[in-house]
Write a protein that binds this ligand. Sequence first.
Ligand code: NAD
Length: 290
Amino acid sequence: MKIGFIGLGNMGAPMAKNLAAGGHEVAGFDVTGTYPDGVRASGSAVEAAQNADVVITMLPEGDILRKVAGEVIPAMKPGAVLLDCSTVDVASARAVAGDAIQTGIQPLDAPVSGGVGGASAGTLTFMVGGPQDAFDIAKPLFDIMGQKAVHCGPSGNGQAAKICNNMILGVTMIATCEAFALADKLGLSRQAMFDVVSTSSGYSWTMNAYCPAPGVGPQSPADNGYVPGFAAELMLKDLRLSQHAADTADADTPMGAAATELYRSFVEDEEGRGRDFSAMLPRFENRGRS
Ligand code: NAD
């Protein structure tokens, strides 16, 4: 397929590289002007999008997506697919999809989980919203860039799935970290805590697969000085998106709101920026009740 790829940062560059290595013709554009192997440099987003069967965007946030989509949609060929893999607010995803459909373009919102490691290895999971026909066209590309693509329903539902998942992730990481810090103060060893909880009703992905305590459980960023992994500021971005969506939908999410405020203070006031989101554990370790 002819692919236009816009936004070649930490995630987009390896995704585009994998598509080119998979035999697709990839024209890329990024404002930084750097391009991965196999990707032809374009002078603008519009140039990358012209004549493409699928235009992929991997951008920082919703306002930038709206701006880029406003430029490329009129330049795309009729029937082409606009596949946004960025994590953005549900409202932006649905607004872009509406504009695309009006112009005869097929929209998909397909945020990912798996991080930079998954993007490089081609093992991302895609959560996809949009028409079935567009999903079928994009499926071979999902198969190169990832290991799984779940069609979640109409436009915006991919973003809805992503932020609901990551709201659970933020809340459970905090719960796991505060429980470890309490266990420390009660004289329970971290190994004993892991051995019990990982096989009891308190188990979770954050305990069993991404344990925030160094030297305990499987290898995780905790074993590497809390170098991300998944940075705390990205967790904060996704939690804020969840609360924005909850406001819009009038949903009561007290745990999501508390997690958002904790990650906000960690990132903005407590030097958490640039650390893995599991570095909540040393944060709790160093605090008392007041
Ligand atoms: P990044 O900042 O490394 O990459 C974004 C790229 O977009 C940058 O290279 C930037 O120059 C480019 N860009 C910005 N404005 C542009 C424009 N107008 N035209 C063309 N290019 C433009 O971010 P990333 O880590 O690659 O993340 C991309 C998206 O994926 C985000 O929405 C993020 O939330 C999501 N995500 C990231 C991770 C992760 O672990 N990094 C995991 C899952 C999802």
